[in-house]
Design a binder for this molecule. Sequence first.
Ligand code: D5M
Ligand code: FE
Ligand code: ZN
Length: 474
Amino acid sequence: MLDSTMIVERFLDTKLQVHPDVVRYIREQKDERLIDTIISGVPDDCVVVSLRHIPGLLPSRDGVRFLCDPEVEIISGRMGTSKPVGRVEDYIVYFADRYARLSGMIRGRCNPVPIEALKRNSRYKQEEFAVCGMVMEVRSTGNGHRMAEIEDSTGSVMALFNKDRPDFSEAERIVPDEVIGVRGSLSSEGNLIFADQIFRPDIPFSYAPYTSDRKGAAVLISDVHVGSDTFLDDEWNRFADWLSDSEVSYLLVAGDLVDGIGIYPDQDKELVIPNIYEQYDVLGTMLSDLPSHLKIILAPGNHDVVRGAEPQPVIPEKFRKNYSSNCLFVENPALVNLQGVRVLMYHGRSFDDLIGLMPGASYEKAYDVIPEMLKRRHLAPCYGKRTPIAADTVDRLIIDPIPEVVHTGHVHIYGISRYRNVLGINSGTWQSQTAFQKQMNIQPTPAVAISLDLTTLQPRVHDFMNDSPEPLVL
Ligand code: D5M
Ligand code: FE
Ligand code: ZN
């Protein structure tokens, strides 16, 4: 058995540090000889061995890009795709789709056996095997280990993740309803798996993002909250002036376009625009003042007028009377293609669930939760908590295809992460701290916009709180 500690030590013996993804790759390949092959190939000045040092692991892109005209394409999340909230039977179809597609991403890497076979076939008491299933329940044991019940279409089984094993941090972050593969051995009673390795749908080790051949930049924002008495007029105006002077082609807004009505108790006391139509009209006017060549993409969030259940539909037409033709309304989530660069826009309601469930996760660093979504290839893995999900025949919260960028909002604290070459951008907000956030001890980082150079995928932070940054010139 290839143990993570042993692999790390083999590299250290030759004075090389090794990236955890390289260790994972070697373990998944179950090929000990790879260690020597990699070591013999690294250049002399190498300190940390990374995925690019693995011979044969060539960068590959997820799908072919067809550049379109106009240069914004809504790949998914177009108007009219979301279905009404389903009946109970629809949820069976929904979860079957989720399981089939996510387990399909794992299967090839761990060759799972049906869970029911563990009871039938005594060979699994002698040899290592893998299973793949949805997590029904997960908890910590009295000794601080982690125990999960995993179910596939044939049965269910408990898996124990020992806290002293090297990959325990991955097991600690198992959440209900995610789909995982588990490699391990069976207890002598045959009812418990001693887990050795965990597999997630994940981003392939070799994933290489697409970059645009043509110059272009997008600006990513969210949580404008028009109508709130904490909306920051002056800062927004500075941002609007900056946009007019900058070479930006696309403006993406990932939800909470307006503050809405009746979203939380006593909200009316904090509204300067107490009418929902007027809130959208005012936003329409603000956007009409921006350069007309700018393509503006608007997705809803939990403060917007549409249902809260995800996928959230497009803002209905009766609220869109005051918008110029360069505004494009999409669902939440939506996958948009900007000159070939795919940005997955998601408001981020599921942060409220994931932050509470994962040790080390916090609102201040919600951007670090985006890699956890990518590992699970799902925007909202946990069902039945704070993120309402509408059943559909397909699970549209699955992250497929792999985008270049995941753009979220909701937490009102900006930040950037990168996981296996996928960029995670959490945009901030345009409102200052509300009474509710004060109560929750949330310190927002308002009036920040993040730009993205489409030729390099380099993000840049522009702060409008106290000053106007230099215009963005490509
Ligand atoms: O979210 C504004 C902020 O409040 C953001 O940091 C998330 C946080 N928030 C929102 N709803 C909840 C619940 N239910 N619990 C804890 N924290 C929450 P916004 O969507 O703009 O109201
Ligand atoms: Fe918000
Ligand atoms: Zn929100």
